[in-house]
Design a protein around this ligand. Structure first.
Ligand code: GLU
Length: 447
């Protein structure tokens, strides 16, 4: 690492002790935008990078609720309002036991660049709670969501901060959160995205992250002179994002031969069929967080406990579950098995070492903030539809999503083109996302 970057990172680490994921996310960005930053005296004079790594606001609150046994439970809720230079804070809510302020800071920081890449006017934010939905009843989830929103509603608004879903927060949770916001504030506005269609949700929002990711993968492949048809794809996760990715990959003629959960991996040599793909949603809704039942339900599926999707030989690896789910050893195993493309669909799905391993091997690699931006893009389109009190057809939304993913790819090519003609997608996405936010921040003065 260059000395100036190390100095920057050391200063940040000293002020943000115990936030390793945030440091990882910042380091990846700083390393790629440093030259752009140095070359622009305006950015330096405004200390844009130093400002960008400090969230505009962090809200932290107690979330008390009563479980089905009548016992009081206490969780910690957060909203990190990271950057509003180009629009209202926008980003998901994550309900997961691992949630900390540091994890949400990494996600909010990433979101700022991702949202900038979408071409839509959205700032960056993220929130959530250390609540574990696994095994919780529907009533418990509702009570938790209501308690969480009772505090959060004081800090968000359709023109201020618009949360959505993320890990552990899907349509059901958004419904309960929206209901409580409406009840307390007595206003029916687009303050959350990912809503059900009946009360303002956009068509294609459930599919958007996975579909957008596959549109992006198609551009990456086409740019490298390849085609997705007939290629084998390994996917981690079986939530909404993995479902959308599996659906679109299959529709485009690829074979999804692996899906995994925290319990192990399902190998499907013939490729997933439509019934299996829809079953992913059932598995997720069961709240058990296991993928093994797929092998009991369908013939031609073999479950191996304790193994990741990356142990299965595939052409294309799509991490769709959680940060750092693909490490250096996994990257080496994939390379040894002949994988030639990895696109992060989860946020920061690969460790820094895994990314370096892929880049050193010269395979196609693209980062989450570009690949998974389709989800928040359709959230942005949901905001537009809510503002005009109108809803677009599925075709209209899908067409706009396709165009946005193409534009993001073009941005990556513009800023990530290497002298040998190859595209450094990490660099392209970071610089492309950075410049727009930096320009807006400079124009708005020291706020
Ligand atoms: N949680 C998703 C993301 O990481 C979606 C955010 C949103 O729709 O606001 O981008």
């Amino acid at each position: 690492m260059r000395a100036e970057i190390k100095e920057f990172m050391d200063a940040l680490k000293a002020k943000t002790v115990g936030e390793p994921e945030f440091h990882q996310a910042v380091e990846e960005v700083i390393e790629t935008v440093w030259d752009t930053y140095q070359a622009n005296p305006k950015y330096k004079a405004n200390k844009i990078l130093e400002k960008m790594v400090v969230p505009e606001r962090v809200i932290k609150f107690r979330v008390p609720w009563v479980d089905d046994k009548g016992e009081v439970q206490i969780n910690v809720g957060y909203r990190v309002q990271f950057n509003s230079a180009i629009g209202p804070y926008k980003g998901g809510l994550r309900f997961h036991p691992s949630v900390t302020e540091g994890q949400l800071k990494f996600l909010g920081f990433e979101q700022t660049f991702k949202n900038s890449l979408t071409t839509l006017p959205m700032g960056g934010g993220k929130g959530g709670a250390d609540f574990d939905p696994t095994g919780k009843s529907d009533n418990e989830v509702m009570r938790f969501c209501q308690s969480f929103m009772t505090e959060l509603c004081k800090h968000i608004g359709a023109d201020t901060d618009v949360p959505a879903g993320d890990v552990g927060v899907g349509g059901r949770e958004i419904g309960y959160l929206f209901g409580q916001y409406k009840r307390i504030r007595n206003e029916f506005v687009g303050v959350l995205t990912g809503k059900n269609r009946e009360f303002g949700g956009s068509r294609i929002r459930p599919e958007a992250t996975g579909y957008g990711a596959l549109y992006f993968v198609q551009h990456v492949l086409h740019h490298a002179g390849k085609d997705i048809k007939g290629k084998t794809v390994a996917i981690s996760g079986f939530g909404n994002v993995a479902w959308g990715a599996a659906k679109k990959a299959t529709e485009l003629g690829a074979k999804v031969i692996a899906v995994s959960g925290p319990d192990g991996v399902c190998h499907i040599p013939a490729g997933m069929n439509a019934e299996m793909i829809e079953y992913m949603l059932e598995l997720r809704a069961s709240n058990k967080n296991i993928v093994a039942p797929m092998a009991d339900k369908f013939s031609g599926v073999t479950f191996t406990p304790g193994k990741k999707a990356w142990s299965i030989k595939c052409d294309i690896a799509l991490p769709c579950a959680f940060q750092n789910e693909l490490n250096e050893n996994d990257a080496k195993e994939l390379l040894a098995n002949g994988t030639w493309c990895c696109c992060e669909v989860s946020n920061m799905g690969c460790t820094a070492e895994a990314i370096h391993t892929f880049q050193a091997a010269g395979i196609l690699f693209a980062p989450g903030k570009a690949v998974n931006a389709g989800g928040v893009s359709v959230s942005g389109l949901e905001m537009s539809q809510n503002s005009e009190r109108y809803s677009w057809t599925a075709e209209e939304v899908d067409q706009k999503l396709g165009q946005i993913m193409k534009d993001i790819h073009d941005t990556c090519v513009e800023f990530g083109k290497q002298p040998d003609g190859r595209i450094d997608y990490v660099k392209g996405a970071n610089i492309g996302g950075f410049i727009k936010v930096a320009e807006a921040m400079c124009a708005q003065g020291h706020v």
